[in-house]
Design a protein around this ligand. Structure first.
Ligand SMILES: [Fe+2]
Ligand SMILES: [Fe+2]
Length: 280
């Protein structure tokens, strides 16, 4: 019963901003130029304003003040523009209360941004050159919570019952009680928004990375980046009950524990500047 209603609610979600999606596709297309990117974005005032604000923030630390989209593309490159498009496209979804998961105010936004940045850092440590897919998957990994929160809230007692009495993880209990867990819901949303499988899969399997094919390192990597937030003391609400051992995931990504320690240190600065930026 709930599953039908959940799927219905997903259908009712507003689409991911079209300009952002078009621009992301253009960036991936080797035949498109920086001018094509500017042409796509310039008619969208709110995205343009966000890009200029982001471009002039401490996160990029540019010495020159960027005043046009063309300059922003030239100074920062298309990959950074893509991160900004994703951030500005998803900000409105993450803000607000997700009380079913014990998440308030900007908890989910902070966790999502931290996971995205951590995905990028860990991706670089595995030797990946293009970490934009990972960044996206990390940013959107818990997007399912936006839809599932009210369903979880309604059945909270039943879910917690399974967690405390039957030793279920929170995600397992969600699935048992509601027919779907937030990771699966996130996968559905990613598909509806037109994101490719390489982004959808890590989202839908971020709590069960072992189900992903062995050659896929994005899924265990998103899992690791997600868990790190708990290790650095972030508020994850109910998801911290799903905390699992990270050794297997490290192995699958061919990373060592010291890589993770190092990545946690590297996370601090960029996370702080992005957080300052989205708060401003
Ligand atoms: Fe999650
Ligand atoms: Fe998460």
């Amino acid at each position: 019963m709930e599953k039908k209603e959940i799927l219905y609610t997903i259908k009712g979600l507003p689409p991911f901003p079209e300009t952002a999606l078009k621009a992301i596709k253009a960036i991936k297309d080797p035949d498109s130029s920086a001018q094509d990117l500017v042409d796509i974005i310039q008619y969208d005032q709110s995205i343009t304003a966000n890009i200029l604000r982001f471009a002039n923030s401490a996160y990029f630390g540019l010495r020159t003040r960027v005043t046009s989209l063309k300059q922003a593309v030239a100074y920062l490159g298309s990959k950074a523009i893509m991160d900004m498009l994703l951030l500005s496209g998803s900000l409105s979804y993450f803000r607000g209360e997700h009380t079913g998961y014990g998440l308030k105010g900007e908890d989910l936004l902070n966790h999502s941004v931290s996971t995205a940045l951590m995905c990028r850092i860990l991706g670089q440590k595995t030797g990946l050159k293009d970490t934009s897919t990972l960044f996206t998957a990390g940013l959107l990994h818990d997007i399912g919570k936006v839809v599932l929160s009210s369903f979880v809230k309604d059945k909270y007692d039943e879910i917690v019952q399974l967690v405390t009495n039957k030793n279920y993880s929170f995600v397992m209990a969600e699935k048992e009680v509601l027919g779907m867990d937030h990771a699966q819901v996130g996968g559905e949303i990613a598909q509806q928004w037109g994101f490719p499988e390489e982004i959808g899969r890590p989202i839908s399997l971020h709590h069960q990375f072992k189900e992903a094919p062995l050659e896929d390192i994005s899924t265990p990597l998103v899992f690791l980046a997600d868990q790190v937030y708990f290790l650095v003391g972030g508020t994850m609400g109910a998801d911290s009950w799903s905390f699992k051992k990270i050794k297997d995931a490290l192995k699958r990504c061919r990373l060592k524990e010291y890589d993770l320690d190092d990545a946690m240190l590297m996370l601090h600065e960029p996370l702080k500047s992005v957080q300052d930026l989205i708060r401003s």
